[in-house]
Design a protein around this ligand. Structure first.
Ligand SMILES: [Zn+2]
Ligand SMILES: [Zn+2]
Length: 494
């Protein structure tokens, strides 16, 4: 009986994904609560209530891990500094944040509540406060860290200004500060020695000149300050030497991957206007940073719809990156998702949605699908009149690949899709894109399956991909890859 049960169970397991086996879940990614700076008005519970009321399935909370920036006076940057440390998860308690979401999950079983963090691994300073030109730069280059729930691992993330960042790096050039430290100690010793004299009875006494004593103490203090600066361990990135390019971000991505998590770039097309502000006389500026998508590797994807649609243009940056994946110049594919970046107000709560197709309705199921690209990015869901039933590519043998998957083919495939349009008076148009180039634009009819038979001419590239895009209302699928290796090569591999 038990054997029978196991056999039965075994045969029930799907061998690969096919139409109908995956369930779509409506997911809101990038939400801030009162755990974050600037979002003090909404508790996690308010967000869960709103999620329940608006009928979505998944909420991914991404409060700020750390909102701390520090400006130090040269050469004593480690001791004489001004630091701003706003509300954040690290500041208020990482364990408590995770626990609160866990408890909320029990209270709201109809929702899946997933904790994640938004991080700023780097920033740098330009100008100086004495001329009123101090500027905090690139603070808003943000990434979303998902899939890690160990507070100790989270707290050690390599973020500039994170005192627990791990591991420390040996910084040989800091030993340079030993020179002025030694000089000051010697001068202090010399002055101190000079200030003693012996009287007629041979007793050791001290001159009582106050100003001389101040000079003496000052040398001692400066010697200690230099000594602190000379400790040769710390973060290899500091905010005083300009932009460090991709390096601090790559370090964060590598750290998260090494601990079993994954990373999405948040709002890479941040509008300079919205991130150009002045706080306490300090200007805060972040330029759009979409180019960092090509300079970093091994991240999972990026947010397509938040502040711009430049990266997802046909043949644009995203297509270029996917082409590199096809050519095996890049190892891992880059997926798109849609983020809300919610900081307050119910009206903006469901601005953007990511629809995730899952094998099982669980936190693990959602995270797995997000990693594997089984999702679509949807913008402005208040319109609510377009949803995807399926998108697939079928090869000559009838093998089907879905979102984020890869199938092999000799060169003839059928690309098929079906949408739901809840507003009958409106006909959206969908564009089928093959490796960055549009193959055609088709009207979308409610519930009607559409297909496109494609034949790839010689010389065939090693790998291609298909994706769908609707411009209005904005809707984007992740790609389906097709490897076009010749049959004998494929069978050799197997
Ligand atoms: Zn952000
Ligand atoms: Zn945010």
């Amino acid at each position: 009986m038990i054997v029978f049960f196991f056999l039965f169970f075994f045969f029930l397991q799907p061998s690969s994904y096919a139409e109908g086996e995956l369930k779509p879940l409506r997911c809101i990614i990038h939400l801030h609560s009162d755990w974050s700076f600037l979002s003090e008005s909404n508790s996690l519970e308010t967000l869960a209530e709103w999620g329940k009321a608006s009928g979505v399935d998944v909420l991914i909370f991404t409060d700020h891990a750390l909102v701390r920036a520090s400006w130090g006076l040269f050469p004593f940057r480690r001791t004489l500094h001004y630091t701003e440390d706003k509300a954040s998860v690290f500041k208020k308690g990482t364990e408590r944040y995770l626990l609160e979401i866990h408890q909320l999950q029990e209270k709201y079983p109809s929702l899946l509540l997933i904790p994640a963090l938004e991080v700023a691994p780097f920033y740098y300073w330009s100008g100086n406060p004495f001329q009123g030109t101090l500027t905090l730069r690139e603070w808003h280059r943000h990434l979303l860290v998902l899939g890690i729930e160990d507070p100790e691992v989270l707290k050690k993330m390599p973020l500039l200004s994170n005192p627990y960042a791990h591991p420390f790096t040996f910084l040989g050039n800091r030993l340079f500060f030993l020179c002025p430290s030694v000089i000051c100690f010697v001068l202090f010793g010399y002055l101190r020695k000079r200030s003693f004299y012996r009287d007629e009875q041979g007793r050791s006494l001290r001159y009582t000149s106050k100003s001389l004593r101040w000079v003496e103490y000052s040398f001692f203090l400066v010697a200690v300050l230099f000594l602190i600066e000379s400790v040769p361990f710390g973060d290899p990135f500091d905010p005083y030497h300009g932009d460090r390019g991709a390096a601090p971000y790559q370090k964060l991505i590598d750290y998260v991957n090494a601990h079993g998590g994954f990373v999405f770039w948040a709002h890479p097309e941040v509008e300079p206007a919205s991130s150009d502000s002045v706080s306490k006389g300090i200007r805060i500026v972040t330029e759009p940073y979409g180019y960092l998508l090509s300079l970093t590797r091994d991240y999972t994807g990026f947010a397509a719809y938040a502040t711009g649609k430049g990266l997802i243009q046909k043949g644009g940056d995203w297509d270029q990156l996917l082409m590199m994946v096809c050519q095996k110049i890049r190892k891992s594919p880059i997926w798109v998702m849609s983020e809300t970046d919610f900081i307050g107000g119910f009206e903006s709560f469901r601005l953007n949605e990511t629809v995730v197709w899952v094998e099982e309705r669980s936190k693990t199921g959602v995270l797995k699908s997000l990693r594997e690209g089984r999702m679509c990015a949807v913008m402005n869901t208040r319109n609510e009149h377009l949803s995807l039933d399926f998108f697939s590519v079928t090869n000559e043998e009838g093998k089907k690949g879905g979102l984020g998957e890869e199938i092999s083919s000799q060169g003839k495939v059928r690309v098929a899709w079906r949408f739901r349009v809840s507003q009958p008076t409106y006909t959206p148009w969908v564009t089928l894109i093959r490796s960055g180039k549009p193959l055609g634009t088709f009207p979308v009819k409610d519930g009607e399956e559409a297909f496109f038979d494609d034949a790839i001419e010689d010389p065939k590239p090693e790998r291609i991909y298909y994706r769908l895009e609707v411009e209005e209302p904005p809707f984007l699928t992740n790609p389906i890859f097709v490897s076009l290796a010749p049959r004998n090569l494929l069978s050799e591999k197997q």
